[in-house]
Write a protein that binds this ligand. Structure first.
Ligand SMILES: NC(=O)c1ccc[n+]([C@@H]2O[C@H](COP(=O)([O-])OP(=O)(O)OC[C@H]3O[C@@H](n4cnc5c(N)ncnc54)[C@H](O)[C@@H]3O)[C@@H](O)[C@H]2O)c1
Length: 267
């Protein structure tokens, strides 16, 4: 099938116990970092899990890889259709695929603005739009979007990235309202800086990676970066059918960065 990897004969195996036993989940950007940790955790907690990503060759174990770029509407529709066909439906959608951008409003040109918004914002629109019919048929439907601390705090040289994640936060609230009557809950997580391959690449590109890492660590009150597994735990919490009264929320997973005002350390 165009835009997808080979589809196995049988659906990915699922455990029979766990909060997601019997659930079918799709995770975008699930081949790395936060998405991979989420896909693994959903599978460990009983779900059948498909991963929609541009790179799906090295996925572990029971994860079903569907190659698609979230900027390509036809490929997204084909991949979502494959996920629903193979797994027999869809209960959980994790819109996690995203890319970064550094710069002030002067530093990114229009092409870069459109590229990042195309992935981070319109990617969520395309995948959710394609998944809605299957989600409406679920009796435990949940969508979780990976937003960011950048949606709620002003960070230096993150104008484009912050604007994209601010839009994801607003979109999360609007979708939660629109699809309440469909029985689909919509929430998002707002991670602080998480120790993923993304941040590894960012540090590698810095003139002084150790100093850059120390700066990122210092701005989080806990004094360390967030782990991908901690963000995955928050995503799974919001997607858990036991969380059935929670919709239209943003859950910070940021080591206290958004909410705390601590006294400055003595100089
Ligand atoms: N790492 C952080 O500090 C941090 C903080 C806040 C929010 N986030 C958000 O978390 C999400 C995941 O980030 P991560 O740190 O795990 O990054 P990552 O680079 O480790 O993983 C991102 C995944 O998305 C996939 N992807 C990228 N563009 C795609 C596209 N066009 N179509 C399909 N898949 C695509 C990549 O192939 C990769 O597998 C992103 O939305 C990011 O904005 C990350």
């Amino acid at each position: 099938m165009s835009g997808t990897t080979g589809i196995p004969d049988a659906p990915p195996t699922a455990d029979t116990v766990g909060p997601f036993a019997g659930s079918r989940a799709l995770v975008t950007g699930g081949a790395s970092g936060i998405g991979l940790a989420t896909a693994r955790r959903l599978a460990a907690d009983g779900a059948r899990v498909a991963v929609l990503d541009i790179a799906v060759d090295d996925l572990p174990g029971p994860l079903l890889g569907l190659r698609a770029d979230v900027t390509d509407d036809d490929a997204v529709r084909a991949a979502v259709r494959s996920a629903v066909d193979v797994m027999g439906g869809l209960d959980v959608l994790v819109n996690n695929a995203g890319v970064g951008a550094a710069g002030t409003v002067e530093e990114n040109d229009d092409t870069e603005w459109l590229r990042v918004l195309d992935v981070n914002l319109l990617g969520i629109v395309r995948v959710t739009r394609a998944a809605l019919p299957a989600l409406r048929a679920s009796d435990r439907a949940a969508v979780v979007n990976t937003c960011s601390i950048a949606a709620t705090a002003g960070l230096p040289r993150r104008a484009l990235y912050s604007a994209s994640k601010g839009a994801v936060l607003s979109l999360t609230l609007a979708m939660a309202a629109d699809h309440l009557a469909d029985g689909i809950r919509v929430n998002c997580v707002n991670p602080g800086t998480a120790d993923t391959p993304w941040i590894g690449r960012l540090l590698d590109a810095a003139p002084d990676p150790a100093a850059e890492r120390a700066t990122l660590v210092a701005r989080q009150p806990m004094g360390r970066l967030v782990t991908a597994e901690e963000v995955a735990a928050a995503i799974c919490h919001l997607a858990d059918p036991a969380c059935a009264a929670t919709t239209g929320t943003a859950l910070a997973v940021d080591g206290g960065m958004a909410g705390l005002r601590l006294p400055a350390p003595p100089r």
